[in-house]
Write a protein that binds this ligand. Structure first.
Ligand code: 6PG
Length: 472
């Protein structure tokens, strides 16, 4: 007897929390996991939370599928990559026309597009869904970015909206387009997340090494900043991370954490796709590069021995400038991320709703912030494509770019690395310069390869007559 409204396979941390969230919203959910003992563990937790009555545990995968009402929505929460393809093949013979697989991992959007195309030929819907907000979000309300066939989205819509985060009562969940659109948007979300995190880390570096502040002093500043224009989840948790004390030693925990950042792929994918689309995304690229440099600790130790340690405590920069520099860098980074989405939308025929994306990122997800509320309002008004040309943001940037400039200069002179913030400033200065320097590049290209150029005073492709020797 089919009794469940939805099914979920994969009871690791994210899967379990999503399942509990669904059950809590009053939907009956069937759950399955390859290792059956995980189902038992999950049921213990569900019982503790008084939700076991809404859960149908099934160790047998066929019985699991049969227990879900048709047309079926089956969430899969397995490791991205090959395990997803294997799971699809396993499920295919058991599913019926009109059923859908809802894949909620951090999948590469081209994989989601391929799976969508493949399952379409079988009459099965494939929804590639980006879920942001970590463990806590999955349990109490994540941001949900959906891509795939519209009909199957409509089948799952009430449940997905019910479990999503809410901003002023509006669900942070939206259908964004066909095929891989949902996972694409989640990838760019993560690229932006990398940028936000890296810019915060660069500012922390100035506080620590340039201004000689303790982690607790830096924490207090982030707590203050979280009350202003930078108000966001990432600024808030930075205050918490900097304040934590390691119990064994009594030292600030952050001082003991090894300075090598991990990465699972979404940041790199964002940078690659931006380059492929010909959209500059220097902040995201800088953030990815910073993580890669961070992981080369041995090389950095060797290089410091050669070039010498930076002199600490000599940054001449104010906290007010650091705050505004972060804001300016953030505006540039979001302008770039949204420009990548606009171009990808055009190339893939997705019709991505940019204002809606900004809206559903206002709560639940890792990059949630006050800024996104301002941004969604600005996009909703329409008019400009690039955030740097949206009137409200033009006003902020006119002022804040000066702070960014002072901070990047101080960092350059003080020898503090600032890959991401300096990349944001360089982008801003290039973007706002009507007469650039590519005329020289074009001349060089024509010189060595007869690649041609345009002249400003006549139509058509031209070539130069280049002197081969230079006399005095
Ligand atoms: C989210 C996060 C989440 C995960 C990142 C971490 O939106 O909830 O982005 O998906 O924390 O994938 O990525 P890295 O391990 O690459 O930092």
């Amino acid at each position: 007897m089919a009794s469940a409204d939805i099914g979920l396979i994969g009871l690791a941390v994210m899967g379990s929390n999503l399942a509990l969230n669904i059950a809590e919203k009053g939907y009956a959910i069937a759950v399955h996991n390859r290792t059956a003992s995980k189902i038992d563990d999950f049921m213990v937790v569900a019982k503790e939370q008084g939700l076991d009555g809404k859960v149908v545990p099934e160790a047998d995968i066929k019985a699991f599928i049969q227990s879900v009402k048709r047309p079926r929505s089956i969430i899969i929460m397995v490791k991205a990559g090959k395990p997803v393809d294997e799971m699809i093949e396993q499920l295919l013979p058991m599913l019926e026309q009109g059923d859908a697989i809802l894949e909620c991992g951090n999948s590469l959007y081209t994989d989601s597009q391929r799976r969508y195309d493949y399952l379409k030929t079988k009459g099965i819907g494939y929804l590639g869904i980006g879920v942001s907000g970590g463990e806590e979000g999955a349990r109490h309300g994540p941001a949900i970015m959906v891509g795939g066939p519209e009909q199957q989205w409509k089948n799952a819509q009430p449940i997905l909206e019910a479990i999503s985060a809410k901003f002023n009562g509006e669900p942070c969940c939206a259908y964004l387009g066909e095929g891989g659109a949902g996972h694409f948007v989640k990838t760019i979300h993560n690229g932006i997340e990398y940028g936000d995190m890296q810019m915060i880390a660069e500012v922390y570096g100035v506080m620590r090494d340039g201004l000689g502040m303790s982690p607790k002093q830096a924490s207090d500043v982030f707590v203050e900043w979280n009350k202003g224009a930078l108000n966001s989840y990432l600024i808030e948790i930075t205050g918490h991370v900097l304040a934590a004390v390691e119990p064994k030693t009594g030292k600030p925990l952050v001082d003991l954490i090894v300075d090598k950042a991990g990465q699972k792929g979404t940041g790199v994918w964002s940078a690659i796709v931006a380059q492929q689309l010909g959209v500059p995304a220097t902040a995201i690229e800088g953030a990815v590069a910073a993580r890669s440099i961070s992981s080369r600790k041995d090389e950095r130790i060797a290089a410091e021995a050669v070039y010498g340690k930076i002199a600490t405590g000599k940054a001449s920069v104010s906290l007010a400038d650091l705050e505004k520099a972060l804001l300016a860098g953030k505006i540039v980074s979001y302008a770039q991320g949204f420009a990548v989405m606009a171009k990808a939308s055009e190339e893939n025929g997705w019709n991505l709703p940019l204002a809606t994306i900004a809206k559903i990122w206002r709560a639940g997800c890792i990059i949630r912030s006050r800024f996104l509320d301002q941004m969604s309002a600005a996009y909703a008004k329409g008019g400009a494509d690039n955030l740097l040309m949206v009137p409200d943001f033009v006003e902020i940037m006119k002022d804040a770019n000066q702070s960014l400039r002072r901070v990047v200069s101080a960092a350059a002179l003080g020898e503090f690395p600032m890959i991401c913030l300096s990349a944001s400033l360089a982008y801003f200065d290039s973007y706002r310069q009507a007469r650039g320097t590519a005329n020289l590049t074009q001349g060089q290209r024509d010189f060595f390869g007869a690649h041609g150029f345009e002249l400003s005073d006549r139509p058509g492709e031209q070539h130069g007559t280049w002197p081969s020797t230079l006399g005095k």
